[in-house]
Design a protein around this ligand. Sequence first.
Ligand code: DQA
Length: 140
Amino acid sequence: MKKITIINGPNLNMLGEREPDKYGTESLAGINERIRALAKEIGFEVTFFQSNVEGELVTAIQDAGGADGILLNAGAYTHYSIAIRDAVAAVKAPVIEIHLSNITAREEFRHTSVIAPVCRGLVAGFGGESYLLALKHFAH
Ligand code: DQA
């Protein structure tokens, strides 16, 4: 059974209440429920982690290094955290960068991802569906 870890960064614990025009009205628990249902269907074991703290995200990526894949929404850290980029580059597990919003259609400071160059790929702009699309990749 493939093991996939889903890691969410700062402010993603506030999904549902936070800027719903940009991120929708679904809570992180709701998105995780949909991920869990799809994982069950395709026979994956999924583990979830969320933190607002940069170093905790680095440790979570290291700890998930032996998984078959990582889905990472690093939130605002995406745009400037070299520590998170280095953690992604350090682990064997392939990492897919996730965003609910289309970061390239937003403010200029969100157009840069320092993490994307060390990720297998990036899924952005599909709300909670972004996680499901990326999870499906690991089924192939
Ligand atoms: C986000 C996009 C980031 O720019 C922002 O800081 C977030 C959420 C997204 O999922 O669309 O916190 O990662």
